[in-house]
Design a protein around this ligand. Structure first.
Ligand SMILES: [Cu+2]
Length: 106
């Protein structure tokens, strides 16, 4: 009997956490592709010339702040990348970046 109560409490806690997150779409990630223009490790930022990011924005060149500086290690201008963005308040942060290969070296 006591065990059943405990399970019920967990279900209520889980619903309280999951339902608001699903309802608002606040944590839905966005996927993008583009080419790295610049990396600034000091600011943990990367400037990417990106294509359309469905549900978020049209193609443009812009600066993204990375969730952590570690994400940008090994990322260099000219790299073709796929990346993931997540909403953070009014802006978005870059939570993942994968290199697809570098542009032809000249
Ligand atoms: Cu943009």
């Amino acid at each position: 009997m006591r065990r059943r109560v405990a399970v019920g409490v967990w279900v209520v806690i889980l619903l309280g956490v999951l339902v608001p997150a699903l309802g608002s779409g606040a944590t839905r990630p966005f996927e993008g592709e583009g080419e790295v223009v610049a990396v600034d490790l000091e600011k943990s930022s990367v400037t990417i010339k990106h294509g359309e990011i469905r549900g978020l924005m049209s193609p443009m060149t812009m600066e993204f702040t990375a969730k952590s500086r570690e994400l940008l290690k090994g990322v260099r201008p000219g790299d073709k990348v796929r990346f993931t963005l997540e909403r953070s308040g009014l802006s978005v942060i870059l939570t993942e970046i994968l290199r697809q290969g570098e542009t032809d070296s000249k």
